[in-house]
Ligand binder design. Sequence first.
Ligand code: 13P
Length: 244
Amino acid sequence: MAQRRPLIAGNWKMHGLKADTGWVEAFAAAADTGACDVLVCPPFTLLETMGGLLSRHGLALGAQNCAEEAEGAFTGDVSAAMLADAGCSHVIVGHSERREGHAESDALVRRKALAAIEAGLVPVICVGEHRAERESGQAVETVLAQLAGSLPDISATQLVVAYEPVWAIGTGLTAGPEEAQAMHAAIRAAFPGADRDRLRILYGGSVKPGNAAALMACPDVDGALVGGASLDPDAFAQIVNLAS
Ligand code: 13P
């Protein structure tokens, strides 16, 4: 991790109303962000409001999804350019909740990542295996295949990868540090060229203040993508402080 600045990202998923935006001040009062980048991904409806509040504290704004198209007759979709226009620097693509709940394929995730890059955003590309794949010894193979299908042909410095084992999301289960490290090393090794050492690979799946330090101590774990615990400003600040 020495050559990569840690990134701690919060994915609020479908949580948060305007009344919850006091989160930013509470988080900023509790967090030491001197040695760590912080990204917050609220729902679309809060992007404008949260963006203004976050930028005062040097915190980055991201969205949780984008359309593959740049614009057009796509009712209900939001383009990457619109997200950039709303103040986003990042967008999550390929989260397992979208791969599963919205039947998003690797090829679609790849096109979304490309749309993000074209709009000047950094895509946070999510990959992760199911429990059965891990139990049958197919975890690395599954994740590397997903990654190969989801990655546009771009430099490792233009994106972030998030390894989120599906069985660890929202379950209270996490990959142990050895499992996480092995997967992150395999992901890094799949990137060609010297850029691979600059790629930031986040771990996600039930990251909490109590397990973040052990995960973050792994040499190829460059930060976390935090779901549930990111809704609590104190818990999220504790995770950030552990990574700094
Ligand atoms: P939890 O931290 O709630 O398990 O969610 C992880 C996640 O899906 C982040 O994108």
